[in-house]
Write a protein that binds this ligand. Structure first.
Ligand code: PLP
Length: 387
């Protein structure tokens, strides 16, 4: 029997398209070879224009966590007050970064797991006390929750226009509706989630206002992730600060070409449609989506085990893996109570069908008696609807 690699259905990395793998496999050349710098310049200007940024886009070797750190240290000065909205594990990570840096910070938490800090809560908090920086997670990967970012930016423009907004868009950028001209100052992401590229690059968009904020600050303690060091490079990629990840830049360029070919708006719609189809399908099998439907993420779904199903978390996920799909465990208070599906980037209907089929077979083989095809039938019905 042909043994295929399991589908990578975790919330990053996500499946990497053949053409992106091929781009990564090109011969490595010097960072200042015009064959690279032309493409790198074009990539940076695509990132700026696609997401309607009036400032600068950065592409720097590192992971999403480095992007989080880069976002905060370049915009928060030591005297600034920082408000962090946490809907779970990655919001807490942002709070940890801020407290290590010694920022005067405060955290608002989601009222319950699977819910989001509300726009009203943020408004209230900012009305009580002045905060210079607001930090939030667009899609909280641990709970599968989408923050209502459009509503938030409208409220902020109306009530708190002086506060800079930093958004962790690691699990949303390239898959979930967003443009910088909504009024966000720093958006950060990385290559291995909705961009569908291998891990290795942090991406960051800074508004003109964020760049001006950095310029108004004294030198910062960090060197590698200092905006001031990278701005000259992003303006002209012939320049040098730290050696760019040559092969990853080719890969990301191909990923952005794929995004342009699909169209951002189509990509946003596709992610929402697939996510809804997955939530319906896993519900048909008896699992419960971990996020409230009103805030369920288009890119990652927490699937809680049905009461009394007899499935053991680790053993069940092993079974899904053997059936051909790699899904993730849950984090924090949800650990052991469910599993997570990443459905981001360059995935298609074949992948969704195989994923749901693998989950069905794993359920049945591990003694949770569902009717074969119950999840697939629901999925197919959803996929046949136009979106
Ligand atoms: C994955 C993820 C991160 C961390 O990214 P790394 O590349 O693993 O460092 C941060 N925030 C969110 C919302 C994520 O999903």
């Amino acid at each position: 029997m042909i043994k295929r690699n399991p589908l990578v259905m975790v919330p990053g990395p996500t499946p990497v398209a053949r053409s992106i793998q091929d781009a990564m496999g090109r011969e490595t050349i010097s960072f200042n070879d015009p064959r690279l710098t032309c493409e790198f310049n074009a990539l940076v200007s695509d990132l700026v224009s696609l997401w309607r940024c009036d400032g600068i886009a950065f592409v720097v070797a590192g992971s999403g966590t480095m992007g989080m750190e880069m976002g905060i240290v370049n915009t928060a000065s030591s005297s600034d007050r920082v408000l962090i909205c946490s809907n779970g594990y990655f919001g807490d990570r942002m709070a940890d970064i801020c407290s290590r840096k010694g920022f005067d910070s405060e955290v608002i938490k989601a009222p319950a797991c699977g819910m989001t800090v509300s726009v009203e809560d943020v408004d209230k908090k900012l009305s009580e006390r002045k905060f210079d920086i607001l930090v939030l997670t667009h899609v909280e990967t641990s709970t599968g929750v989408e923050f209502p970012l459009k509503d938030l930016t409208e409220m902020m423009r109306a009530h708190h226009p002086g506060t800079l907004i930093i958004v962790d868009g690691v699990a949303s950028m390239g898959g979930v509706d967003f443009y910088m001209d909504w009024g966000v100052d720093v958006m950060l992401s990385c290559s291995q989630k909705c961009f569908g590229t291998s891990p290795g690059l942090a991406l960051l968009w800074a508004s003109r206002r964020a760049v001006a904020k950095r310029r108004s600050m004294p030198p910062i303690a960090e060197s590698y992730i200092d905006f001031e060091k990278w701005i000259p490079v992003m303006e002209d990629t012939m320049r040098y600060w730290g050696t760019p990840a040559v092969n990853m830049i080719w890969a990301l360029s191909e990923a952005v070409r794929i995004i342009k070919e699909e169209g951002l708006e189509n990509r946003f719609k596709r992610h929402r449609a697939y996510a809804k189809a997955i939530r319906r399908s896993i519900s048909a099998m008896g699992f419960k989506p971990g996020a409230d439907e009103s805030v369920a993420s288009p890119t990652v779904t927490v699937c809680l085990y049905p009461e009394g199903c007899g499935l053991d978390d680790a053993d069940f996920r092993d079974a899904v893996y053997s059936e051909g799909a790699h899904v993730a465990g849950c984090l924090g208070e949800l650990a052991g109570r469910g599993f997570r599906i990443g459905h981001m980037g360059n995935i298609d209907e074949h992948i969704l069908v195989s994923l749901i089929a693998a989950i069905e077979r794993a359920c049945i083989k591990r003694g949770y008696k569902i009717k074969p095809g119950v999840g697939l039938a629901s999925l197919q019905e959803s996929l046949l609807k136009s979106w």
